[in-house]
Ligand binder design. Structure first.
Ligand SMILES: Cc1cc2nc3c(=O)[nH]c(=O)nc-3n(C[C@H](O)[C@H](O)[C@H](O)COP(=O)(O)O)c2cc1C
Length: 233
């Protein structure tokens, strides 16, 4: 321990910086491992094929597949057509996680900073109701769902935004999303959310579907379901 006393202020600062960087890296690696496990666990759950004719569409973006599971469940409950938005640069893994975080931050600073989604546009004219699903990134729906709203119209339609998230979302961001959807022609707007909990103590996929059934559809509550009522951050 004698050598510690001999460290200069600059050496202490450098050591602290290295420790902080390593802790940050460990956090990101941990998140990535959990995300991959979750994505594998829910990938095959609640399969849904779009029916030939439906007045309801579910359009969603999902990075680690939880919102995707919610979307398939909603589509099954409503007999809806379903469409996934893809953004390859936000794929699972460290690089995709970093790009997702930068993209979320960029959009919050500049609402015009939006990614390319595939598909970019959909023919939504057959539908009376459009459900739009997304995870929350930095308190706001993730950039891909904002991009979809930017490039599509919802004339005369009822739009339901639904979000999965871990802990906090911003009421101001949901209000801004509503304003955007109404400006793109929607006649009405609703918001649904499911609070999954922080990473080490999250709802299981089955619990999440139980919360959706009870809180969004008023179906018999799953005895394991926890409430998703949240306070604004
Ligand atoms: C870049 C990034 C930012 C996030 N920011 C938030 C946040 O601000 N609030 C929150 O509760 N969860 C946040 N999360 C967690 C996700 O919203 C949550 O895990 C969500 O259910 C993931 O959905 P998905 O599996 O469909 O991608 C964030 C996740 C990522 C990758």
């Amino acid at each position: 321990m004698e050598f510690l006393k001999q460290l200069s202020a600059a050496q202490w600062m450098l050591t602290l910086l290295v420790v902080v960087l390593l802790a940050g890296l460990a956090f990101f690696v941990g998140v990535t491992i959990i995300e991959r496990r979750q994505a594998q666990a829910v990938a095959g759950m609640a399969p849904h094929a779009s029916p030939a004719h439906s007045r309801v569409a579910v359009v969603y973006f999902s990075r680690s597949r939880n919102t995707g599971l919610a979307a398939r469940h909603v589509a099954t409950r409503l007999g809806a057509a379903i469409h996934q938005l893809e953004v390859p640069e936000y794929e699972l893994g460290l690089a995709g996680l970093t790009r997702s975080a930068f993209a979320a931050n960029a959009r919050r600073n500049d609402p015009a900073a939006l990614p390319d989604t595939t598909p970019r546009q959909l023919n939504l004219t057959p539908f009376d109701t459009v459900w739009l699903g997304s995870p929350i990134w930095f308190y706001s729906p993730a950039p891909p769902i904002w991009a979809f709203v930017e490039h599509n119209r919802f004339d005369g339609q009822h739009v339901v935004l639904f979000n999965t998230f871990n802990s906090n979302l911003g009421a101001d961001q949901i209000a801004a999303f509503k304003a955007k959807v109404l400006a793109r022609g929607a006649r009405s707007f609703e918001h649904r959310q499911v609070l999954r909990g922080r990473m080490t103590r999250q709802l299981t996929p089955e619990e999440m579907l139980g919360v959706i059934d009870s809180e969004w559809f008023g179906l018999t509550p799953d005895k394991h379901a926890r409430s998703s009522t949240v306070k604004p951050p």
